[in-house]
Design a protein around this ligand. Structure first.
Ligand SMILES: Cc1cc2nc3c(=O)[nH]c(=O)nc-3n(C[C@H](O)[C@H](O)[C@H](O)COP(=O)(O)O)c2cc1C
Length: 164
């Protein structure tokens, strides 16, 4: 799919869930068609059509997408119990690429410089699907706040309230 054929865009709902998701999951496939899926905490939206993911220790993912650039990225806000699945094509930006400094900037902000980034995996967004927990359809009468309360109890945590 070329730049002009891309349809899906990163909207505000996606940005919100990306911000609230602890990590994303990057799925790639190797030369024999064997799938690989691993978590990446350092990821960010770039403009309205690209997701940037830091290769800090992702040797297999990088090797796979050098051969097969099609990827699937998913992320969920585990407390709101919803998120997104994105299909796209990845471009690897290496440290010696002229664009590396600019493209890696949002990811370096997230690491605070604590983790060297070997490549930026720049995923051009092509198709976006919503991920909902089954509770939204099973209990349609429950509000998002009620579902979140249930999730807090399930995970044994409490939200930190903002200082007055
Ligand atoms: C919570 C968590 C967050 C992680 N975040 C990242 C990340 O942002 N970038 C990265 O390259 N590896 C990250 N990792 C490490 C990779 O998932 C791990 O090295 C994995 O084995 C890489 O697999 P791959 O080579 O198949 O991509 C993270 C691991 C965990 C458990």
């Amino acid at each position: 799919m070329t730049e002009n054929q891309r349809r899906a865009r990163i909207n505000d709902a996606m940005r919100t869930d990306m911000g609230n998701a602890v990590l994303c999951w990057l799925a790639t496939v190797d030369a024999d068609g064997v799938p690989n899926v691993t978590p990446k905490e350092i990821f960010a939206a770039h403009g309205d059509d690209t997701i940037l993911i830091a290769d800090i220790a992702s040797t297999n993912s990088v090797r796979n997408l050098s051969a097969h650039p099609k990827v699937c990225v998913s992320f969920v806000d585990v407390f709101r119990q919803k998120g997104f699945k994105v299909i796209g094509t990845a471009r690897l930006v290496a440290q010696d690429d002229a664009a590396f400094k600019e493209v890696s900037a949002p990811l370096r902000m997230l690491t605070g410089g604590a983790f060297p980034i070997r490549h930026v995996i720049a995923v051009g967004v092509e198709k976006v699907s919503r991920i909902w927990a089954p509770s939204y359809s099973r209990f349609p009468e429950r509000s998002e706040a009620e579902l979140m309360d249930t999730a807090y109890r399930t995970y044994g945590v409490r939200p930190v309230l903002d200082e007055p």
